[in-house]
Write a protein that binds this ligand. Structure first.
Ligand SMILES: Cc1cc2nc3c(=O)[nH]c(=O)nc-3n(C[C@H](O)[C@H](O)[C@H](O)COP(=O)(O)OP(=O)(O)OC[C@H]3O[C@@H](n4cnc5c(N)ncnc54)[C@H](O)[C@@H]3O)c2cc1C
Length: 244
């Protein structure tokens, strides 16, 4: 397949690469040193917030959004090249507010969120002042097939009541993480491909529990983390957090 990258995309790629060389690469060790305090508690490395301020001032911010008012207006193909450059340094994507799972969550909110949800969750995500997570995978089922997902949300009056167990929820350990996009069964009697919904759940809702950080090759990936979580009778208001 032949394709050409637009001049606009190539300019961004060059600027991002240049920024990483000058402002990010030499800070990786410092970032990891700062990611836990003297007691071993996860903290947001101050150097990350410093680099974010500089990247935003340089206009290198939210480049994942295909829409041009808040993003860079790139096609997915063009953005793939940027993602490759950012991905070469483990900490780079967050510097440009382009890291998972926030990017996907922002796009979902951008396309499907209500005005209230956009104000409460999308705006601070676009600002880089909060973070979020996405909870699909479960310990009890083969989760690569999403039709197996077993967590449930049952409508009770004006609220959904959520129960289930999730693991590998990336970002749930981050102290800035404010909400979860939670995948669960809302219509158990439907055809198996039409049973699921995604519901916004605030991290501080009663019944949301982070059990432990998972380890990948011995690392807990602080301060972001991949969490094992439990949801016990978590209630979210229907009108504010309706399933999409
Ligand atoms: C670092 C990391 C971060 C992650 N972050 C997130 C996150 O933020 N949110 C989230 O929800 N999840 C996350 N995950 C989980 C990831 O999405 C799942 O591990 C993945 O989808 C596979 O699901 P599973 O672990 O249940 O494996 P399984 O579905 O049990 O699959 C195990 C193996 O069996 C195979 N298999 C499964 N079903 C069948 C079948 N019917 N026939 C034949 N073969 C089959 C699969 O191909 C695979 O090789 C993360 C995982 C890691 C390692």
């Amino acid at each position: 397949m032949e394709y050409e990258i637009s001049q606009k995309a190539q300019d961004l790629i060059n600027r991002v690469q240049d920024f990483i060389n000058k402002e990010v690469a030499h800070n990786e060790t410092l970032y990891h040193e700062q990611s836990k305090d003297a007691d071993g508690t996860w903290v947001v490395p101050p150097i990350m917030e410093e680099m974010k301020v500089k990247a935003r001032a340089a206009g290198l911010w939210n480049m994942f959004l295909p829409e041009s008012e808040n993003g860079a207006g790139l096609t997915n193909l063009e953005y793939a090249h940027l993602a490759e450059v950012m991905g070469a340094h483990g900490i780079s994507s967050e510097v440009f507010n382009c890291s998972a799972p926030d990017t996907g969550n922002m796009e979902v909110l951008y396309d499907f969120g209500t005005e209230e949800q956009k104000e409460e969750w999308l705006k601070p995500l676009l600002e880089g002042s909060i973070r979020s997570c996405f909870a699909m995978t479960e310990p009890g089922v083969a989760s690569s097939d999403a039709t197996n997902i077993a967590s449930s949300a049952v409508l009770d009056g004006d609220e959904y009541v959520i129960n289930g167990e999730k693991w590998w929820t990336s970002g749930a350990g981050d102290p800035r993480c404010k909400f979860i996009i939670f995948m669960c069964v809302t219509n158990p009697d439907n055809h198996r491909h039409q049973r699921q919904s995604q519901i916004l759940v605030p991290m501080d809702a009663e019944g949301v529990e982070v059990i432990r950080p998972m380890h990948v090759f011995g690392y807990d990936d602080a301060p972001h983390g991949h969490a094992h979580m439990k949801f016990t009778n978590v209630r979210v208001p229907k009108e504010q957090y309706d399933s999409w």
